[in-house]
Design a protein around this ligand. Structure first.
Ligand code: BYC
Length: 483
């Protein structure tokens, strides 16, 4: 079967890439499949593998109607290989190969670089499932539980997306890398996941929502850049992944928004006006706004680290070689080669944060990070609107990019959320005001009691405005059958 917009379900692995005619790759994927299922059963959502979950499954790549909803047991989810349609006249749109026909095969000289990009991207997908595997048990509603599982199965599919590229285009090395993706484990001391944020724990649902807001948004930015790739199969894979990714950020943004809404409503009902009266607010069974700010500080800064160093020759090489572009590359108005261009990079100069012009080519990571920060800021403003509407005087803000960093220019300095460099002792004194403390974590944990009655929500989060697939408020999103 040739490449189509509909998905072929006749093989074990649903796909629109004509796998039936590509027996070598089909066999390789079929061999990888049991290991994947084994990983899913041991590292996927804990305790809910036999529950029926109302999930969407991609059945087409037509943007108007690509998914169908139905009850599925997660291990039976049809993980498949879905690429956006091929554009016959597509070109390499940036770098030294600009104007050449887009590559349908891996250019030999860029094999190692390309493989690395695919492996790093692939590694994040199972990592997030591992980080979130225990959250089902404390879900604040069946609606939220379903959203968690939807995100999880789709991250699983994104792993498949990268494994397909490895198996099809990278021969023996690709097969080994595909195995490696099932071997590493988030947070494991001996075989950790590749990037920092994916080895952190996701201890509670507020973390999950912050993660899907901030870290999945890094996913969006990275996938957007890879979608620009001159290596066409990578571009097409990422374009379809982005369709699914939108829902993940929706889960994060509305999740935090609903927690804010519940807090503000409880404060109003109790006549509490001071958002910093933390003990009084917490007694209401909701999460105080300053703690939400701390959680946002943490997840935002961990996600900033995912952009790599501000000045990076790796990033310059990826761009020059036409492998990874900038956000919305084809819409930018310049030479797409950045021959003489510069870009302002925030750096630490004589103990102060300053903007310094660098060659734009080496500042590609910084530029993508700037686009990311702007995108985050818009979402934070939407949260602020919720607070504003309630009349409570409080604003959430993104901390400065120098704050709490482990990668890049600011990895070795301590800075306040407003970006002022401070001493180690000042940091030690203040850090619990800026990042979630043990006590904050314990308090949030105390709220994480499961709420699994149809149409009911835990005290700390409000109901969503609309159901998934327009279902009524008391819809049974998960028919729980605990193993
Ligand atoms: N942690 O030149 P540099 C997602 C390493 S999220 C650990 O500054 P480069 C998702 C780096 O590898 C999106 N190590 O960085 C979200 C390099 O090592 P080598 C995932 C790090 O290479 C939610 C060295 O430091 N996709 O999809 O320009 C749920 C110096 O590197 C880190 C991608 O990331 C770190 N944070 O950029 C599920 C896209 N940062 O080479 C999924 C693919 C850097 O010296 N990846 N290092 O051994 C890339 O484009 C790039 O590899 C990076 C780093 C942007 C990650």
């Amino acid at each position: 079967m040739p490449e189509t917009s509909n998905v072929d379900y006749s093989t074990k692995i649903p796909n629109n890439v004509g796998l039936l005619d590509d027996q070598r790759v089909l066999k390789a994927l079929e061999q990888w499949h049991p290991g994947y299922i084994d990983w899913w059963m041991t590292m996927g959502p804990e305790g809910f593998q036999t529950s029926d979950v109302y999930l969407r499954t991609a059945v087409s790549i037509d943007p108007k109607g690509w998914a169908k909803f139905d009850y599925v047991k997660m291990p039976e989810y049809r993980w498949g290989i879905l690429l956006a349609p091929r554009q016959e006249d597509r070109q390499v749109n940036f770098g030294t190969h600009k104007g050449e026909k887009a590559w349908q095969e891996v250019p030999g000289e860029y094999r190692a670089m390309l493989r690395r990009l695919v492996v790093v991207q692939g590694d994040t997908e199972p990592a997030s499932v591992e980080q979130q595997r225990h959250l089902g048990k404390t879900a604040p509603s069946l609606y939220d539980m379903r959203n968690l599982f939807q995100v999880n199965v789709e991250e699983g599919r994104h792993l498949w997306a990268m494994v397909y590229l490895l198996q099809k285009y990278f021969g023996k090395d690709g097969r080994e890398e595909a195995e490696g993706l099932l071997q590493r484990r988030s947070g494991d001391a001996d075989k950790p996941r590749m990037l920092g944020a994916f080895n952190e724990s996701t201890p509670d649902w507020l973390s999950f929502f912050m993660f899907t807001f901030f870290t999945d948004r890094d996913g969006k930015m990275q996938l957007e850049s890879l979608a620009q790739s001159g290596f066409d199969p990578l571009s097409r894979t990422c374009r379809f992944m982005l369709t699914e990714e939108a829902h993940h950020m929706f889960v994060g943004e509305t999740g935090v928004g609903r927690a804010i809404e519940a807090t503000c409503a409880a404060m109003k009902a109790a006549g509490i006006e001071d958002p910093y009266d933390i003990n009084a607010v917490r007694k209401l069974g909701v999460i105080d706004l300053p703690t939400m700010q701390k959680k946002a500080n943490l997840h935002f800064t961990l996600s900033l680290d995912l952009f790599g160093s501000e000045v990076s020759t790796n990033a310059a090489n990826y761009f020059n070689c036409g492998l990874k572009g900038r956000y919305q590359e084809t819409r930018l108005e310049d030479d797409h080669q950045l021959t003489n261009a510069t870009y302002a990079v925030s750096k630490l100069v004589d103990g102060k944060v300053k903007m310094v012009d660098e060659p734009a080519l080496t500042a590609i990571n910084m530029r993508l990070r700037d686009d990311y920060v702007a995108d985050c800021a818009k979402g934070v403003e939407r949260w602020n609107k919720v607070i504003e509407k309630s009349g409570i005087k409080f604003r959430l803000e993104l901390p400065h990019v120098a704050f709490h960093r482990h990668i890049g220019e600011f990895a070795n300095v301590k800075a306040s959320p407003s970006g002022v460099a401070i001493s180690e002792s000042e940091w030690a004194k203040q850090k619990d005001q800026w990042l979630p403390s043990k006590a904050d974590g314990d308090f949030i944990a105390s709220l994480m009691a499961p709420c699994w009655e149809r149409g009911k929500f835990a005290s700390w989060i409000s109901a969503p405005k609309v159901g998934i697939d327009n279902k009524a408020g008391d819809f049974e999103y998960v028919k729980i059958h605990q193993a």
